[in-house]
Design a protein. Structure first.
Length: 214
């Protein structure tokens, strides 16, 4: 199988009602050199059958599933199964604008030594989220590392252990490792990742509400 430029990792837990929106935004990309891996994190709804339907219809999409282990574990598992030079992410309640992947590829072409590219988000709804270290405190999304916007050189990220078992703010934890190990990190402000804060059971919303099951 030809190595794609991007491997898009889409982790989902009970997101059958939102998954089609995310996947359709991926299928509408003007960049076509990608594969996608849907990682079903132990869903009990129709996520599994919906993922299977997309796999049947679109050869660029694969799926895998395991018992509920959290989003950090699921992202790493997806990266381990990925084939692309770079891994990036699409959270199941978010979506890409049509030029998201092409804009990131252009940035990487101009900066070929980049190990981590992140940033560039359009927020739908409340732009404040729970602080990683103090969930009772709200901080603006501009102060956060947005996992969905991250583009990682796959081999390098896996050598660092990728994501841990964190169930919240796993991107910030990875970024600490990346900085400590001298990786080349680049930030962009091109807002092509649409982050939807209107989903009532999103991790960010539940974290601020103090829900330990988030």
């Amino acid at each position: 199988m030809q190595t794609p430029f991007f491997s898009v990792i889409l982790c989902a837990y009970n997101r059958a009602h939102l998954l089609p929106r995310a996947l359709e935004s991926l299928l509408q990309q003007d960049e076509t050199d990608w594969e996608a891996l849907i990682v079903n994190d132990g869903s009990t709804d129709e996520t599994s059958s919906l993922a299977s339907e997309y796999v049947r219809r679109f050869p660029q999409i694969r799926s895998m599933e395991h018992s509920n282990r959290g989003v950090g574990f699921s992202r790493t598992l997806g990266m381990m199964a990925a084939l692309g030079e770079y891994c990036t992410f699409l959270d199941s309640d978010d979506e890409y604008l049509p030029n998201h992947l092409s804009s990131r590829r252009a940035i990487l072409a101009q900066n070929p030594h980049t190990d981590v590219l992140h940033g560039g988000v359009e927020v739908i709804g409340n732009p404040f989220v729970a602080d990683r270290n103090d969930p009772s405190k709200l901080i603006h999304i501009s102060e956060c590392v947005m996992e969905g916007t991250m583009v990682l050189r796959r081999r390098t990220a896996l050598e660092l252990g990728a994501f841990g078992t964190e169930r919240y703010a796993e991107g910030a934890a990875f970024m600490e490792k990346a900085r400590a190990n001298g990786l080349t990190i680049l930030h962009t402000n091109e807002p092509t990742y649409r982050y939807d804060r209107t989903t009532p059971d999103s991790l960010c919303t539940l974290a601020f509400q103090g829900n330990e099951q988030a």
